[in-house]
Design a protein around this ligand. Structure first.
Ligand SMILES: O=C(O)CCC(=O)C(=O)O
Length: 278
């Protein structure tokens, strides 16, 4: 069975104009499709600047807002699976950082709300508190592309939580997609390393898709990246606007899972029952 997929990660410039952000994403999706991509992923917060002071103003309901309209049309016109980065989602007076997933008919087939909110405080580095304004999601989201390939979604800070990635592996995912916007403090050391760790621990492909680096406000690290199930980085962007292309061969997941069978070898019989409290 053919288990190869052509994919594209779109590292977008994001500015203050929501309509320009949406239109730019639309054009880049067409470009990626024209170069052969069947699975396309966008960055975290691609319709709005990234900052707690922007989330309310830029929030939209899903699937009725203008950003979802574009995403649905773009998926349909280009006949691609589209992971629509994230947008601030308004629902019942609450705001979430939410990723939508669209199938080649333009149908919404998944919605994931960021589970681990980005609250950190590094003096002299970065302080950010998403929980001032956002509500966390409590659920996983997977979807299936051609040939039964299962994909799981996380968002940015979620990359740091290996439990989430492992839950997806236990649901037989072979690819995890994280729209994300790391920063100039944590990006240099943690961005690449965390993706390699999640990929290797769980023996699956990992995408992380960043906005391009701007020069004001929250400065994103960029470097959208594809890591294979061996933990090898197989494609990576610089920090400006660009599209990263890759061909994924999902037989690689089967191979490493057979050759280094860590999942059936886990000693779940003793970790929490005997050793945790010893
Ligand atoms: O974990 C980090 O260092 C960055 C996370 C982040 O920027 C986010 O969750 O949006």
């Amino acid at each position: 069975m053919h288990r190869k997929v052509q994919a594209a990660l779109i590292q977008l410039v994001v500015g203050k104009s929501r309509s320009k952000n949406i239109e730019n994403a639309n054009q880049m999706i067409c470009e990626a499709k024209n170069k052969g991509a069947k699975l396309i992923a966008l960055p975290e917060c691609f319709n709005s600047p990234y900052g707690t002071n922007f989330f309310k103003e830029y929030s939209e309901s899903i699937p009725n807002g203008p950003t979802c309209k574009m995403l649905s049309n773009a998926a349909k016109e280009n006949e691609v699976y589209l992971v629509g980065g994230t947008i601030p989602e308004e629902d019942n007076g609450k705001i979430y950082n939410t990723c939508t997933v669209w199938d080649p008919k333009g149908e919404l087939i998944g919605k994931y709300r960021k589970m681990h909110l980005f609250d950190i405080d590094i003096p002299g580095g970065i302080t950010f508190k998403e929980s001032e304004i956002l509500t966390a999601g409590n659920d996983l989201q997977t979807f299936t592309i051609d040939n039964n390939i299962k994909v799981g979604i996380g968002i940015c800070y979620d990359l740091r939580f290996e439990e989430l990635a492992k839950l997806y592996r236990k649901r037989n995912c072979e690819l995890l997609i994280y729209p994300g916007a790391f920063n100039m403090t944590t990006g240099p050391l943690h961005w690449e390393l965390l993706q390699k760790a999640r990929a290797l621990d769980n023996q699956l492909f990992v995408f992380a898709v960043s906005p391009a680096r701007g020069d004001k406000g929250y400065i994103a690290w960029g470097h959208s990246q594809v890591t294979n199930p061996w933990g090898k980085v197989i494609a990576q962007a610089g920090h400006t606007e660009e599209i990263v292309y890759c061909e994924l061969d999902f037989d690689e997941c089967d191979k490493i899972r057979q050759q280094i069978p860590t999942f059936p070898q886990r000693r779940t019989d003793i970790y929490d029952t005997i050793l945790l409290n010893k």
